[in-house]
Ligand binder design. Structure first.
Ligand code: MLT
Length: 402
């Protein structure tokens, strides 16, 4: 009776497991002042421009002449238009508003898009990477058996992103049909430069694959050679779907807003992927609230732009402080430059869950064990810069005392 695929997935979702261990520790040590650097959840309040837009939208919902019911299934024109102009046209990329699908977050689309494709399509993903990609394919049976002790799915093609290859996924020998790329990568914080991304685009076009390009952290990019969008690469419109989020861009983890770009040119088996996704949304979702979409639009106003940029700078300062602290201690560290994440390489004998426990108990710092992001993450721990600057300073001192 039960979908058997659900019996193979790991017992807990990574961040639920972390939250459970932290709650148990806090209960046993109520006076411990824990510093939360585990899940990448934002802490700065919403930007004033966003707040004002929300208030205005709430008032509109309370009047008969400006009330809004169901939202259009692809999103309101005002938001699609703003994204098309400001995220793409302003950067020399042509994406029409109709190619944009507003969503209630990148996670939802990252996990659902694979349902459009045949069960036999091989999946490739970076290792380590955001665990959602593997698990959603596990739930539909495409990932095969999960080997708990090795932390691997049998049928997934893992693309190691480790220190030895500068954390860059390399084109595999086996040919995948569905390729998940996350740049800047969660958790390593390392971003792909244009030439490298172009190789993936060329590979996907040559082999008939599709790239799911997760750009949730694109606002953190500062390296000029790193593209913010996969559509900066030539030929990307015939092989790539881009997924973005307002969560880390503008603090919407609680509001929920994201978008997915599916170019009209993208076809497989002669079918438009855009049309299939639209069809799916019609049956499965009811759009994102008017309030949230008006809030999202506000980040494209001149004040909104400045305000969200300063939030990003704030988090980047934290990341930079943590990165520098670890480097000064002689550790090998990736990320923390084009990303809010710091990827901390542990001493070779240390497994990441044991180190997570030690960091929690001895320094009262919560990180995320690297093994939770895939087998290639073993021996690493991820810290986030999403807390307050004061907390980052205290954490830096505690790291010296560890
Ligand atoms: C993370 O910590 O990796 C992310 O915040 C999780 C998420 O975005 O769902």
């Amino acid at each position: 009776m039960i979908n058997q695929n659900y019996l193979h997935i790991p017992g807990n979702y990574l961040f639920s497991e972390v939250a459970g261990r932290v709650a148990a520790y806090q209960e046993a040590h109520p006076h411990a002042r824990l510093i939360h650097m585990g899940i990448g959840d934002v802490t700065r309040p919403l930007a004033p421009a966003v707040l004002q837009a929300l208030h205005r939208a709430v008032d509109e919902m309370g009047r008969e002449d400006t009330f809004h019911g169901y939202a259009p299934e692809q999103g309101y024109d005002f938001l699609c238009q703003a994204i098309s102009e400001q995220e793409y046209a302003a950067n020399g990329i042509s994406i029409a508003p109709e190619e944009i699908f507003i969503s209630d977050g990148a996670k939802e689309d990252c996990s659902d898009l694979q349902e459009l494709f045949d069960q036999n399509c091989r999946v490739a993903l970076c290792d380590p990477v955001y665990p959602v990609y593997a698990e959603c394919n596990g739930m539909t049976g495409r990932a095969g058996q999960y080997d708990e002790s090795a932390g691997r799915w049998r049928d997934i093609i893992y693309l190691p992103c480790i220190q030895e290859n500068d954390y860059m996924p390399e084109i595999p020998r086996e040919i995948p049909k569905l390729i998940y790329l996350c740049s800047p990568n969660n958790p390593t914080g390392v971003a792909m430069e244009k030439d490298r991304l172009q190789e993936w685009v060329d590979f996907a076009n040559r082999t008939g694959g599709i790239i799911f390009f997760d750009g949730a952290y694109e606002r953190y990019i500062q390296n000029q050679n790193v593209p913010h969008s996969i559509y900066s690469c030539s030929g990307a419109k015939t092989c790539a779907i881009e997924i973005r989020s307002f969560s880390k861009t503008a603090g919407f983890t609680g509001l929920r807003l994201g978008y997915t770009v599916i170019p009209k040119e993208l076809k497989r088996d002669g079918r438009s992927i855009h049309r299939l996704w639209k069809r799916r949304l019609g049956a499965r979702r009811n759009g994102v609230s008017y309030l949230t979409q008006r809030a999202g639009e506000a980040i494209y106003t001149p004040e909104g732009k400045k305000q969200v940029q300063s939030q990003i700078e704030y988090y980047k300062r934290n990341a930079s402080l943590l990165r520098q602290t670890l480097l000064d201690q002689g550790y090998t560290v990736a990320g923390g430059v084009d990303s809010p994440y710091i990827w901390w390489k542990l001493d070779s004998e240390t497994d990441s869950w044991s180190f997570f426990d030690r960091l929690l108990k001895q320094a009262h710092i919560i990180g995320t064990p690297g093994a939770g992001f895939g087998p290639g993450g073993e021996g690493y721990l991820r810290l986030t810069g999403f807390g307050s600057y004061e907390a980052a300073q205290v954490a830096a001192c505690r790291l010296w005392e560890l």
